[in-house]
Every structure is written in structure tokens, then in C-alpha cells.
Design a binder for this molecule. Structure first.
Ligand code: SAH
Ligand code: SF4
Ligand code: F3S
Length: 481
């Protein structure tokens, strides 16, 4: 391990700018100097691996963290036998936490072989004080811990770790600050997520996100548009606007969506997630009228029972959801509606569950993520009586999965034989003679093709519907429309 003299460290700290992001650029430079001297000593480059456990917003954070690490001088790798390993964690369900603890155990072995290895944890799980206590006590090989509100401070924490050789922890309860304009490294050249807001104020009774991501903060329209213009200049053709509930974006979401879709060079715009309680008619109209906005609305149902929805604090009921889905289907031809559903919420009866199945049959979701309710400490639902026994939940989960799979397949069949635009995303990992892309409605399509198609929008005939994907063939020359 490389240590810096205490007085040199104090000098560096004393001269650090107070304002962000300047302060972080300063620490990135300081870290870079340290990293190059370690490289000299070892006679090789240092490597870093970042693993993301969570949602699109976590993935976006990882791109920022990766940008910082690269600027410090690390070479990114996919494998965990690296000099620096960072887990960007998720805690939405217990399973996510269990995975992190399991992997930390494995990392301990790697660190025994490479004692200079630095292990860092950040993200949603670190916002839970119990978790940090467990990590500090039982996983002492973790060197740096930070939360969701200070991801931009990675270089500052790394600098302190380099100087002191002591484990660093900084987790903030909340923030009103949005620090922008730090480096980022995108996973895809041609598509990118763009945060439009952070946090969540909805407090659905089962959900831990508002506790770990803090209160809602919307970015200014102009900041978002500047980022999108920059991305377009950099070759991005598809952007996904990200927020826990984009409909509560403070400065007019439909208007923002339109403006983003009109940025020159942008060919597709998506967004995630839209809460059913406040999806406006204006939003439906804007999507209908602008073909650049994708024909896909992710509209989490959670439950079809009005009674359960009330307990969940979702602020809509079964009838309201059905009416909204109907309005969307009528208003936007060819739209796909996808959803999230939880089974086994406390007190859920067979009758409640039947209501969920009823909504699935009526809305005919194009696809659905189904989850078994997971009790999250600190949420209101965690202290509700009548937690549903596991065998009953498992049985309901299987019945729900069978139904959503069957309906999803029938929905996919509807487009067999049609010719539609596909944005090609990459070489098919299973067969390099094929590439894989997506329709505007988010369905996956595999087609014959090579690397040169990646990032292009091509016209594809959907020859065969295969349940939840298609096999297709290109019918025209590359169309850039
Ligand atoms: N903001 C989004 C959801 C983000 S979390 C929305 O409200 O639509 C993604 C999904 O995880 C949720 O839609 C929900 O279905 C699921 N989820 C959240 N908390 C959960 C819990 N405690 N147990 C099981 N699933 C949960
Ligand atoms: Fe969780 Fe509800 Fe917020 Fe979505 S809207 S993140 S489910 S509290
Ligand atoms: Fe998980 Fe945090 Fe996203 S808890 S789902 S990574 S906001």
C-alpha cells in the first residue's frame, strides 16, 4: 500500500477547492499521481472492476463511477481479480443483499492473493445503517463505503484511503445537492440513460427506495437538454429518461419529453418509470404525436386488488388502472404496456390475487416482471400482520407467471409478419452470425448481421415470433430515419 506523508496530505487537503465538481476533479488529479507511482512500482497498469446490482438508475451511477476511475488512470475490466473492485448495490428486495454478502465472501479470497486490492461498496444497500454495521464488523476487507447521495465523491474517498491506509466510510442521510458534469463512461456508444430526477416521495408501503434514495429532486430542463445534446454529438441515438416516477418531474414531463425528442440526432426516446396515479392525458398525446418517442409504457400495477392497492399506498384502484390502460391502448396505436407485479403482500387473500389475474387478463400486458413480496425493515408493510405463508405465495407466483407468459406470447404473436424498425444493440452472444436489437415497443429481435449494424436503426421483417422475442430479417438498406 502506498502512503503519503501526513503534512503533504494536509497541504493537498488545504488547497482543495470548496465547490463541486471542481473539488472532485482536484482529487481525481491527486489520485492519478498516486496511481501512476503505484504503477511504476508494480511495473504494470492498475485495473478496476465495477459491478452493478440494481436498476437503471444504479447502472447510470456506475457509468459515472467508471468515468471517475478511468480518469484516475485505472483500466476497466469485467473480472473481479482487479486492483480495485466496487459493488454498486441494490436493496429493493432481500435477495439483492444476500447476493452482495455472498460475493464479498468470495472477494476475501482474492484479496488474500492480492493484499493491495481495494474493495469498495456503494449504492442503496449502504444507506441502511444495519448493513454498514454488518460490513464493518464481519467484512473488514471492505476498504471504502459510501452511499447514494455522495457517489460523486469516490475520488476524494479514494485519496483519503491512499493517504491513510485506513478504511473510509461516508454515508449521508440525504442531500439537496445535485452535482453534475463529472466524467462518465457509457457502456453503450449509441444509447444512454439520462437522469431527470432523483429520489422518491411516494412511500409505497412495501418499498425501501424513498429511504435509501431520499426525497425527490428534479434536474432543470436546460441541464437535461444540454446533456442530451452532448450525448447526441457523441453518437448517441437513443436516450432513456430515468426517474422513480417521471410523472412527478417538477418542470412538466410531457414538455421535456417533446423537447428531448426534438434534439437533432436523437432517434429514440424512452422513459422509466411512470406511476399510474399521475400519468396525464397530455403525456399520452405527446407520445402519440411524436414517433421518436418509443411505443412503450412501463406502468407498474403491483396488485389488481383495490384493497391491497390501498394498503400499498399506491393511490389508484383497480378500476382507475384499467381505465388508464384502456386510454393508453386507444390513444397510442401499437403501444406495449409492461408492468411490475408483487405477490404475497401482507394480508393478500386468494380473492385479492384473483383480482390481479383479472387485471392481467384485461390489460394483456406485453410483458411483466413478477416479484415475491420481500419484507424491508423500516417500511410500513414490514410491521403489517398476516404475512402470507411461503407455500401459498410460491403457488400464486407460479400461477401468475404462467398467465403473464401465456399472454405475453400472444401479444408478441400479434406482430409476426410485420416490418418494423429495430435499433441494433450488439452481436448475439449465443450466435455471432446474428445481432440483437429492439423494436420501439421494447421487444427483442434477433437477425442475421454483423458488427457494422450496431447502433443503426434497420427495417426488419419479423419472420417468427418466439414467445418473448422475434427472429427477423433485414428488408431494406440501412434506414437512418
Ligand atoms: N418506482 C418504480 C419502482 C421501482 S422498484 C415504480 O413505482 O413503479 C421496481 C419494482 O420492484 C417495483 O415496481 C416493485 O414491483 C418491486 N418491489 C419494490 N419493493 C418490493 C418489495 N419490498 N418486495 C417485492 N418487490 C418489490
Ligand atoms: Fe418505491 Fe413506490 Fe417510489 Fe416506486 S413509487 S420507488 S415503488 S416508493
Ligand atoms: Fe435497487 Fe436502489 Fe434501484 S434499491 S432498484 S438500486 S433505486
Amino acid at each position: 500500500m502506498y502512503y503519503i506523508d501526513e503534512d503533504i496530505k494536509q497541504n493537498i487537503l488545504a488547497e482543495a477547492p470548496e465547490t463541486e465538481p471542481e473539488r472532485q476533479y482536484y482529487f481525481i488529479d491527486e489520485c492519478r499521481k498516486i496511481v501512476s507511482s503505484i504503477e511504476e512500482e508494480k511495473g504494470r497498469k492498475l485495473t478496476a472492476c465495477i459491478n452493478t446490482f440494481g436498476c437503471q438508475m444504479n447502472a447510470k451511477d456506475s457509468e459515472k463511477l467508471c468515468g471517475i476511475m478511468q480518469r484516475i488512470g485505472y483500466v476497466m475490466t469485467d473480472t473481479e481479480d482487479a486492483d480495485f473492485v466496487l459493488y454498486n448495490t441494490c436493496t429493493v428486495r432481500e435477495h439483492a443483499n444476500v447476493r452482495v454478502y455472498g460475493r464479498l465472501g468470495v472477494l476475501k479470497n482474492s484479496k488474500d492473493h492480492n493484499p493491495d486490492m481495494i474493495i469498495a461498496l456503494c449504492g442503496c444497500m449502504m444507506q441502511e445503517p444495519d448493513v454498514v454495521a454488518i460490513v464493518k464488523k464481519s467484512y473488514r476487507h471492505v476498504n471504502i463505503i459510501f452511499g447514494t447521495h455522495n457517489i460523486y465523491k469516490l475520488s476524494e474517498l479514494l485519496f483519503l484511503y491512499f493517504c491513510e491506509g485506513k478504511n473510509q466510510t461516508e454515508v449521508l442521510d440525504g442531500t439537496s445537492e445535485i452535482v453534475e458534469n463529472l466524467p462518465a463512461n457509457r457502456v453503450y456508444k449509441f444509447k444512454s440513460g439520462v437522469n431527470i430526477m432523483y429520489g422518491c416521495n411516494n412511500f409505497c408501503s412495501y418499498c425501501i427506495v424513498p429511504y435509501v434514495r431520499g426525497r425527490e429532486r428534479s434536474r432543470a430542463q436546460e441541464d437535461i437538454l444540454n446533456e442530451v445534446r452532448q450525448l447526441a454529438a457523441d453518437g448517441v441515438v437513443e436516450v432513456m429518461l430515468l426517474g422513480q416516477n417521471v410523472n412527478s418531474y417538477a418542470y412538466d414531463f410531457p414538455d421535456l419529453l417533446n423537447k428531448v425528442a426534438n434534439v437533432p440526432g436523437i432517434k429514440r426516446v424512452r422513459f422509466m418509470t411512470s406511476h399510474p396515479k399521475d400519468l396525464s392525458d397530455e403525456l399520452i398525446r405527446v407520445i402519440r404525436d411524436n414517433p421518436i418517442i418509443c411505443r412503450h409504457i412501463h406502468l407498474p400495477l403491483q396488485s389488481g386488488s383495490s384493497r391491497v392497492l390501498k394498503e400499498m399506498n399506491r393511490r389508484y384502484d383497480k378500476e382507475g388502472y384499467l381505465a388508464l390502460a384502456d386510454k393508453i391502448r386507444k390513444g397510442i396505436p401499437d403501444v406495449a404496456i409492461t408492468t411490475d407485479i408483487i405477490v404475497g403482500f401482507p394480508g393478500e387473500t386468494e380473492e385479492d390475487f384473483q383480482e390481479t389475474l383479472d387485471v392481467v387478463r384485461k390489460v394483456r400486458f406485453d410483458s411483466a416482471f413478477t416479484f415475491i413480496y420481500s419484507k424491508r425493515t423500516g417500511t410500513r408493510a414490514a410491521s403489517m400482520p398476516d404475512q402470507v405463508p411461503k407455500d401459498i405465495v410460491d403457488d400464486r407466483f407460479n400461477r401468475l407467471l404462467a398467465l403473464v407468459t401465456e399472454i405475453g406470447k400472444e401479444q408478441t404473436d400479434l406482430y409476426e409478419g410485420r416490418t418494423m424498425d429495430v435499433l441494433v444493440e450488439g452481436i448475439n452472444p449465443k450466435d455471432p452470425a446474428y445481432v440483437t436489437g429492439r423494436l420501439s415497443n421494447n421487444s427483442v429481435v434477433h437477425l442475421k448481421g454483423d458488427e457494422s449494424l450496431v447502433g443503426q436503426i434497420v427495417n426488419v421483417r419479423l419472420d417468427e415470433a418466439k414467445g418473448f422475442y422475434y427472429i427477423g430479417t433485414i428488408t431494406d438498406d440501412v434506414s437512418l430515419s
